[in-house]
Every structure is written in C-alpha cells, then in structure tokens.
Design a protein around this ligand. Structure first.
Ligand code: PAF
Length: 292
C-alpha cells in the first residue's frame, strides 16, 4: 500500500488502473481506524480490483471547533493497521488539496439530512456531502463503502450519488460492535474507564426499545422509558431518540413499515450515536411480510 497526498498523483494511478480495465473501490475515513473501518476495507477488497482508503479529517463537517481539535489524528498507526488488508492506496490529502483558495461550492442534500444529526449538528451533512462528492470524483470509484452506524450519513450519500448522477455504487455495511455491544467509533477512544463501562447501555437500551415496539407498546411510551433507562445509567444530554422510517428517515409514530430506532447521547463529553432496525409489527404489515 502506498501513501498518496495529491489529487494529481492519485489521478495518475487511477488512470493507469482504468486503462488496464480494473475496477476501483473507495473507503472514505477520517482515520483513527478501528475494526469497523477495517470491515469496510475487507468488503471493498472483496468487491473491486483496486482499493483506495481515504484519510481526511474534514473541517467542514464539524460544527464544534473543540470536537475538531480533539478528533484523533493517527496516520502512522492507521497505515500499519491497513497493511494486512490489501488496500492499494492510503490517500491523505491536506486542506489545500481538498479546499483550495477560492473554493466556493457546497453539496447540500435535503430530506434525509433533516432532523437527527442534521438538527443536532447544523451544517454537518453539507460538510459530509461536499467532501464525499469530492472523494468519489477524485478516486473515480465504482463502489464506495460506508458503515450503517452512521445510517443517516449513508442515506445522505446514497441520495447525492443518485441525484448528481455519480457512477459510484454506494454500499452500506453492518455496524461492527465491541463484545459488549458498543458500536465501534473513533470517538470511543476518548471514553475513560468509567464511561466506557457505562457506554454499552446505549445498544442495550435500543434493543429493549425495539423489542417493546414489537410487543406493541406505544412508541411514545417506549421512547420515554428508553430515555429514562439511558439517563439512569449515567448518560447526559440526549440529542435525539427517535423512530424513523427506513430508508426515507421520516418520523414514525407507529412501526407499520420498516423502521430504525436512532439515538445520539452524551457520555463524559463524548457524543455516542447508534441505531438498530425495528422489525415491522402491524398486522397488515405482518401480512405483507408473510405474503412477500
Ligand atoms: O464517516 C466518516 O468518517 C466521515 O463522515 C466521512 C464519510 C469520511 C466524510 O468525511
């Protein structure tokens, strides 16, 4: 695997691959790689001839400067972690490569970016959509791999790829979890011992909520109980806890079609997000499921 830092060097390589008739996969990351990212790299290596992992801590998607400053930057160990996986390039552009002087374009996706992280982090998805569009074009990728942990991000990227007629197929890959259920995230590195011990309650509370919804308990009650469970366990502010339709992410008050339950909550200064699917429960939907 080689490290490339400029668009020009990247293009020389991708053009060579294209001439040889090879397909290209990309795994966009902001570094601090963990098993979740590595599972995306594995999926990419299985699906395409050539794989580019990108590493760029994108300032435009951070609405909080302190969060950007604290974001882990671990290029050397990221490179080491990638070695066994067979990626061809680690692409590490700097700010000037991505946003040269005079840069004035924003990709903004409406609808799926409303609410959830879009409401809690104003401007976040404009930053994500802009950088992902650039990375898909710079890498000339046939397929791009994103984790379902950032499910809203995945839907935003799917939308922009479709709307902008990009050739890249967007592939969603399952959330990878620690043994105790905590969704893997680069931010987990910032949890101290006590907070780390509490963090698995997030997934546990979501699973119970999904079970309760399937048992027919009204959504409002389930969400209220789940909030109480999280705050009793020591979680701080809850940015959101919501049931949303899948894949449109419309707010649901009944689980009568495919849905997911989404949470973002603070623990010891770290913002944890997670989501899980909720099986369809209405009698009519059950009928449709059996018929299908
Ligand atoms: O999920 C991330 O790490 C980032 O949002 C992404 C997709 C690499 C864009 O900066």
């Amino acid at each position: 695997m080689i490290i490339i830092r400029t668009k020009a060097d990247l293009r020389r390589l991708t053009e060579g691959w294209r001439r040889a008739g090879e397909t290209i996969g990309v795994v966009p990351t902001m570094g601090a790689l963990h098993a979740g990212h590595l599972s995306l790299v594995e999926a990419a290596c299985a699906a395409t001839d050539r794989v580019i992992v990108t590493l760029f801590v994108n300032p435009r998607q951070f609405n909080n400067p302190a969060d950007l400053a604290k974001y882990p930057r671990t290029e050397e160990s990221d490179g080491e972690k990638l070695k066994p996986y067979g990626a061809d390039i680690l692409y590490v552009p700097d700010g000037a490569q991505m946003y040269p002087e005079g840069f004035a374009t924003t990709v903004s996706v409406t609808g799926v970016s409303d609410g959830l992280c879009g409401a809690a982090r104003p401007g976040h998805f404009d930053g994500v959509a802009t950088v992902v569009t650039k990375l898909l074009l710079q890498t000339d990728a046939d397929q791009a791999f994103f984790g379902e942990k950032d499910y809203q991000q995945l839907q935003v990227v799917r939308r922009l790829a479709e709307d902008l007629d990009l050739k890249t197929r967007i592939i969603g890959c399952p959330t990878i979890r620690e043994g105790d259920g905590l969704a893997m995230s680069s931010r987990n590195l910032r949890l101290d011992g006590n907070a780390r011990a509490v963090a698995p309650v997030v997934r546990e509370a979501l699973s119970r909520a999904a079970d309760s919804i399937c048992d027919g308990i009204p959504i409002a009650i389930v969400l209220q109980d789940t909030r109480a469970r999280l705050t009793d366990a020591g979680l701080g502010e809850i940015d959101y806890l919501e049931l949303r339709g899948d894949p449109d992410l419309a707010i649901l008050s009944t689980a009568d079609r495919p849905a997911r339950i989404f949470v973002a909550a603070w623990l010891d200064g770290v913002r944890l997000i997670d989501n899980i699917p909720v099986p369809v429960t209405s009698p009519q939907a059950r009928h449709l499921e059996t018929a299908g």
